[in-house]
Ligand binder design. Structure first.
Ligand code: TYD
Ligand code: MG
Length: 454
C-alpha cells in the first residue's frame, strides 16, 4: 500500500495546496510561493472536502430529516431525546463519575434498532473492562466495535473505514490530539476533538454520543464549554437511592421538559416506565404535619410527589431556607405570600423543604401544595389524607391556573386520591369537565387554606 504523504506544498499567498512542488501556484498565479508544510490526517481530511464548493439551497428544497430517528431500544432515553436518536446529531451525556454514563451508552449501543455499524470508543477503560461490564449486563456485543484509544488521529481513520451509524465516546475527557497540545482533558483538547468528531458525524449521517464527567461541586467548566457545539445536552442526576434522572438541558430536536427515569440494578440501568408511585410515601391514617401531596407535570407525565416541610425558630438573626429539590427562591416567595396574605409568620423561622424520592421539582404547579405543607408545618395541623394539590401562587395571593389540570386530576384518582384541590379550570378545560364533588377549586390562598384545614 502506498504510504500517505504527511506533507503538502501550500501557497503562502492564497493557501492553495498541491501534492508536489510547483514553481507557480495554479490558483493565484504567484511565483515561488509553494512551501512544504506538514499536514496531519485531520487537516488533510478537511481539505478534501473543501473541494466541494459550498452552495446555498432554497429552504423549501431542504429535507427536514424527520423520520431519520433511530430508536435506541431504551424508551426512557428516546423520550428525553424527543423520540429517538436523531441521525447527524451530537449528544453530550454529562454526569458525575459512577452515575451510569458508560452503562447507558453501552446498553444503547447494544439495543439500538439499526442495521448500521456501531463503534464504542473507550479512552477510559480497557477492552477487557468494557467486556466485563458487557457480560454483567448480558450484552454479547456482536454488533459493537470497540476502539480502546483516546488518540483522535488513530480514531478518525478507523471511523472513515468502518462508517458507523452510531458512535459512542467514553469519555470526552480522554480524547487528545497532538494538534491541540499533548495533555488530554484540557478545554482546548476537548473542544478540538469534539469538533472533529461532530464534523465527522454530520458529514457521514451518523449520531454521536459524548460522555462527559461533571464533578459534584458543579465544576463543569470543561463540558459546559461544549454545550453550544452539540445538538442535545443530557445530564444524569441521582437521588439518595438507586433512582437516576436523565434530563435534557438543551435539545434541538425535542422539548427539554421530559425526564428519563432509571433504577441502577444488578443488570445495569432498568427503565422506570410508571413512576407515579415512586415519589409518594405509603401512609395510613392521619398525615404528620408538614406533609402535602402535589400533582406536578414532568414533561408528558404527571407525577404525584410528597412535599415535606419543617419550620423551626431561626437559629441566627436572619431566617434561612434549606431546600435543594425545590428552588429555594420559590420556597421563600411562597413563605412570604403566606405571611402577607394569611398572617402566617415565617420570617423568624428557618424553613426546610424536601421532596420524597429525591426528585427535583421545577414545575410551577407545585406552589399551592408547598404552601399547604408550610402552613401545616408551622401550625402543626395535618393536611387531610388522600388529597392531591396543584396550583400556582401569585404574589397577590391568587391561585393561578396550571396546565393540564384534568390530566392531573385523572392521575391522582387512578392512584387512589379521593380529593383534589386546584385552581379554577380555564375556559377550555371547564367545558368538558362535568361537576365533580371530589374536586375543590379555589381562587386565592385564603380559601385554599380554609378548604384544607377546616
Ligand atoms: P458507570 O456506567 O461506570 O458510570 P460512569 O460511566 O458514569 O462513571 O456506572 C457505574 C456504577 O453503576 C458503578 O458504581 C457500578 C454500578 N453498576 C451497577 O450497579 N450495576 C450494573 O449492572 C453496572 C454495569 C454498573
Ligand atoms: Mg464511565
Amino acid at each position: 500500500m502506498k504510504k500517505q504523504k504527511s506533507f503538502v506544498y501550500r501557497c503562502s499567498s492564497c493557501g492553495h495546496e498541491e501534492p508536489k512542488w510547483l514553481g507557480r501556484c495554479p490558483d493565484c498565479g504567484e511565483w515561488n510561493t509553494l512551501i512544504e508544510t506538514a499536514v496531519s490526517s485531520v487537516r488533510s481530511r478537511h481539505t478534501s472536502t473543501e473541494k466541494n464548493i459550498p452552495q446555498s439551497l432554497p429552504l423549501s428544497a431542504i429535507d427536514p430529516q424527520e423520520g431519520s430517528r433511530i430508536k435506541s431500544g431504551i424508551s426512557e432515553l428516546d423520550r428525553v431525546l424527543g423520540g429517538g436518536i436523531m441521525r447527524r446529531s451530537a449528544v453530550l451525556v454529562g454526569g458525575e463519575p459512577g452515575i451510569g454514563k458508560s452503562t447507558l451508552l453501552l446498553q444503547a449501543a447494544s439495543l439500538a434498532e439499526t442495521k448500521g455499524r456501531i463503534v464504542y470508543i473507550s479512552g477510559e477503560e480497557s477492552a477487557g473492562q468494557v467486556k466485563m461490564r458487557a457480560n454483567r449486563l448480558g450484552i454479547s456485543g456482536e454488533r459493537i466495535e470497540m476502539i480502546c484509544s483516546g488518540k483522535l488521529d488513530d480514531i478518525l481513520p478507523i471511523l472513515d473505514a468502518v462508517k458507523p451509524i452510531i458512535i459512542m465516546v467514553d469519555s470526552i475527557q480522554t480524547l487528545y490530539t497532538t494538534e491541540a497540545g499533548l495533555v488530554p482533558g484540557t478545554v482546548n483538547q476537548m473542544k478540538f476533538c469534539s469538533f472533529e468528531l461532530i464534523t465527522w458525524a454530520k458529514e457521514h449521517d451518523a449520531a454521536l454520543f459524548l460522555a462527559a464527567h461533571v464533578t459534584k461541586d458543579g465544576i463543569i467548566a470543561g463540558p459546559k464549554t461544549l454545550e453550544h457545539m452539540v445538538d442535545t445536552v443530557l445530564y444524569f442526576e441521582q437521588n439518595d437511592g438507586d433512582c437516576r434522572f436523565l434530563r435534557a438541558a438543551k435539545n434541538r430536536f425535542g422539548s427539554v421538559d421530559e425526564i428519563g427515569l432509571f433504577m441502577m440494578g444488578e443488570k445495569g440501568l432498568q427503565m422506570v416506565e410508571d413512576p407515579s408511585m415512586l415519589f409518594l410515601v405509603n401512609r395510613e391514617g392521619t398525615l404528620p404535619p408538614g406533609v402535602a401531596t402535589a400533582a406536578v407535570l414532568e414533561g408528558s407525565r404527571t407525577l404525584l410527589v410528597e412535599i415535606q416541610a419543617l419550620v423551626v425558630p431561626a437559629k441566627g438573626s436572619i431566617s434561612r431556607v434549606f431546600s435543594d429539590k425545590i428552588d429555594s427562591a420559590r420556597v421563600s416567595r411562597v413563605a412570604a405570600t403566606l405571611e402577607k396574605h394569611i398572617n402566617l409568620r415565617l420570617s423568624d423561622h428557618d424553613v426546610y423543604v424536601n421532596v420524597a424520592g429525591g426528585i427535583r421539582i421545577s414545575e410551577v404547579g407545585v406552589e399551592l401544595a408547598l404552601a399547604g405543607a408550610l402552613y401545616s408545618a408551622k401550625t402543626g395541623l395535618p393536611l387531610p389524607g388522600k388529597t392531591a394539590i396543584a396550583g400556582e401562587l401569585s404574589l397577590a395571593g391568587e391561585v393561578r391556573p396550571v396546565r393540564r389540570s384534568l390530566g392531573r386530576i385523572k392521575t391522582a384518582k387512578n392512584l387512589g386520591f379521593e380529593r383534589f384541590l386546584g385552581p379554577m379550570p380555564d375556559a377550555v378545560e371547564k367545558e368538558d369537565n362535568p361537576k365533580d364533588s371530589s374536586v375543590h377549586t379555589v381562587s386565592d390562598i385564603k380559601s385554599a387554606i380554609k378548604v384544607l384545614f377546616s
